[in-house]
Design a protein around this ligand. Structure first.
Ligand SMILES: [Zn+2]
Length: 356
């Protein structure tokens, strides 16, 4: 814990030092060729995503500031363009924005921000939400908390009352007994312990009982196929993000292949621009995917896969485990600039890893 805090302090001090003295320019010249990939979900648009969790949204003004600070200093690319340039030996100091899941604000708000800042972006699409208009389970859960009037404790109790799902129910009961059934903890059980079919069935039933409509929700929050094509025509790169957004490491290898390869086939068949070339793991932490996921992404025909672990991509980064910088309202501009300038890559060469 102390080590973790010390690392955070050092990381901030290094960023502020390089940023305010202008020494980030020296780092930029000395560091290896690189690509910083930012990762978010939604740009705030009350009509589209007003009831989604706050940590999934970034305000238009903050995103504009952040992207402007980067595109005025570094070359703006999509994820695919940046990676191809690194492989070809041509790119030097690049920055890309990526947005996961395919929310409608990526069309209603994002293109104007990209135009204003000159940034480029890649949007990672869940094919079932795009094509069948069925959102993943987490949106049923978020709806129950935001619109359905339930507290996390009540969702846990309702789940236990309705689900034939022993592992998840034992874990939820334990959380209730320990008075730890927070929104975060209940979500963790539904994400990692619950049986998929039971979880989807029960959450769907609970939403319906409270007058919710998941298909209508999907229409409001997720891009349609025509809108995704429109976004691509406006210059966004479209990438794959599985069919249904499960934690891949909880699935058997064949199920992972169905999610990853199947998701790419769905997109290849449907999108005007054809098959996507880049892929993002759902959730993206190193315990959320495994070797079988990497293999499935490669076999599916994706040239790379991005995670949600911090870092900067270089030409020799492992193609199916590329790092990204998660962004939100509190993302520090000096941090982002110094990361894009390769300031931390120089320290890593000296054996000092400050980003994780
Ligand atoms: Zn996602």
């Amino acid at each position: 814990m102390i080590k973790h805090r010390l690392k955070g302090l050092l990381r901030d001090a290094w960023a502020l030092g390089l940023y305010h003295t202008g020494l980030w320019r020296v780092a930029d010249r000395l560091a290896p060729r690189r690509l910083l990939v930012l990762a978010g979900h939604c740009v705030e648009d009350p009509a589209v995503n007003g009831d989604l969790p706050a940590d999934m949204r970034i305000s238009r003004s903050r995103l504009t500031q952040l992207l402007g600070a980067l595109t005025s200093r570094f070359e703006a690319v999509t994820v695919d363009e940046g990676w191809q340039a690194l492989q070809a030996g041509s790119g030097r100091s690049m920055v890309a924005l990526s947005m996961d899941d395919g929310y409608r604000d990526n069309l209603t708000v994002l293109p104007a921000v990209l135009e204003e800042t000159g940034a480029r972006a890649t949007v990672y699409l869940e094919s079932r939400a795009l094509l069948e208009r069925r959102p993943n389970w987490s949106h049923g859960y978020f709806w129950l908390l935001a619109e359905g009037g339930l507290r996390p404790v009540e969702v846990a109790r309702a789940y236990m009352a309705h689900a034939d799902d022993e592992d998840a129910c034992v874990r939820l009961e334990q959380l209730l007994l320990e008075e730890r059934a927070s929104a975060y903890q209940v979500k963790r059980v539904l994400k990692y312990q619950a049986r998929r079919e039971e979880r989807d069935r029960v959450l769907g039933q609970l939403v319906e009982e409270r007058g919710g409509d998941l298909q209508a929700l999907c229409e409001r929050i997720h891009l349609t196929l025509a809108e995704a094509d429109e976004a691509a025509a406006a210059g966004l790169e479209l990438g794959g993000h599985t069919r249904t957004h499960e934690v891949l490491s909880t699935l058997e290898a064949e199920e992972q292949a169905a999610e990853i390869e199947g998701g790419r086939e769905d997109l290849a068949r449907s999108l005007a621009g054809g098959a996507p070339t880049t892929f993002a793991y759902p959730f993206g932490r190193r315990w959320d995917f495994d070797g079988a996921s990497e293999e499935a992404a490669r076999r599916a025909g994706y040239c790379l896969a991005v995670t949600t672990h911090a870092g900067v991509v270089t030409a020799d980064s492992p193609a199916y485990r590329l790092p990204r910088l998660m962004i939100d309202e509190d993302t520090s501009i000096p941090q982002a600039v110094v990361q894009a300038a390769g300031g931390y890559l120089l320290l890593e060469r000296l054996g000092l890893h400050l980003l994780e």
